[in-house]
Write a protein that binds this ligand. Structure first.
Ligand code: NAD
Length: 323
């Protein structure tokens, strides 16, 4: 019998290459471009595979998709799926692995450098034609005297650390999966508290999980070095946004560079959108000419691997094909 694969949504990415690959492999393919739970369940009630963008998938929805064997994501983060429900139902959840690690790491560095060099401030000065403006509205620190702390040392965090290392005095990291005190290519593993107390810039590269939700809150910000900078290209839910605004307003943090917000798209009156100490981009850290097509290819490839009985290397919940 023909296998059925349903795409929920691919945002701005063109799914044609993925649809063609799956169709050529004998799948019946449906493309919905929706986040609507009822529409997804109606179309995928008899689906064998779900290709997911950013639509939320709850345990209730999974229970109604009885034939589902695999959910293949168009992202690295899998916080829009009830992963424990999928695991209990033995549904493999796969992501796109390290496909955009280079792009995201460079984006985090770009935000860091723009903030620490005052690029936005001086762009505004030039646009106002105040060429020789003194006193200087912003005097950048010397980067080789500043320390970077990386929270989460996986694909993206380790690449970010590697490219930031030559520019800064030191780079250290915290990752609960790596022993304290271990030094990897000159980059030392520290406790989270030590990292927060010591770093001039903290960059987040960890997943959003129930236990990491609002990990950065009033208490965490209070532990950070006075006037330090936070960079978040991971998931908005890692930061309590109201606490971030207070930390910026009080000067505890000097600036934030954000590619992600707790709610996306943000409310029109989200104070972080227009805050003078926030440099913000609209969830584009992954974006490049390469990643736009590679995301679609890898997502479809995960499905093909699964149904050819191979181990899906990007399966994040460890479910294996039943032989
Ligand atoms: P990864 O799985 O390779 O690495 C994540 C690391 O975080 C792991 O080493 C893990 O041990 C660590 N970690 C888990 N819990 C932690 C905690 N409580 N504190 C510190 N570290 C913890 O993932 P990755 O490919 O490096 O991606 C990281 C995140 O980046 C993703 O979860 C995703 O949300 C985000 N992302 C964003 C974009 C974008 O366009 N903005 C694109 C891709 C990925």
């Amino acid at each position: 019998m023909m296998l059925k694969a349903v795409y929920t949504d691919t945002d701005d990415l063109d799914p044609t290459a993925g649809i063609e690959r799956l169709t050529a492999a004998g799948f019946e393919v449906l493309y919905l471009q929706t986040h609507d739970a009822e529409e997804i369940v109606a179309a995928a009630a008899d689906a064998d595979a779900l290709l997911l963008g950013y639509a939320p998938i709850t345990s209730g929805m999974l229970a109604k998709m009885e034939k589902l064997q695999i959910i293949s994501l168009l992202s690295t983060g899998y916080d829009n799926i009830d992963i424990s429900a999928a695991t209990a139902l033995e549904i493999c959840v796969s992501n796109i692995g390290a496909t955009s690690a280079e792009e995201v790491a460079i984006h985090a560095l770009a935000l860091t450098l723009s903030i620490t060099r005052g690029i936005e401030t001086y762009r505004e000065v030039s646009a106002r034609r105040e060429w020789f403006k003194t006193p200087y509205p912003f005097i950048p620190p010397r980067l080789s005297t500043k320390k970077i702390g990386v929270v989460g040392f996986g694909n993206i965090g380790s690449q970010f650390a590697k490219i930031a290392q030559p520019l800064f005095e030191s780079v250290s990291f915290y990752d609960p999966m790596i022993m304290l005190g271990v030094v990897i290519n000159g980059i030392e593993s520290k406790s989270l508290d030590n990292l927060l107390e010591d770093s001039d810039v903290i960059s987040l590269h960890l997943p959003l999980l129930p236990e990491t939700h609002h990990l950065f809150n009033e208490k965490t910000f209070a532990k950070m070095k006075k006037s330090s900078v936070i960079i978040n290209v991971s998931r908005g839910g890692l930061i309590d946004p109201a606490a971030l605004v207070r930390a910026l307003d009080s000067g505890q943090l000097s600036a934030a560079g954000l590619d992600v917000l707790e709610s996306e798209p943000p409310a029109i009156d989200d104070p972080l959108l227009t805050h003078s100490r926030v440099l913000i981009t609209p969830h584009v850290a992954f974006l490049s000419e390469y990643s736009m097509s590679a995301y679609i290819e890898v997502q479809a490839e995960n499905i093909l691997q699964w149904f050819s009985g191979k181990e899906v290397k990007n399966c994040v919940n460890g479910i294996k094909v039943k032989k």
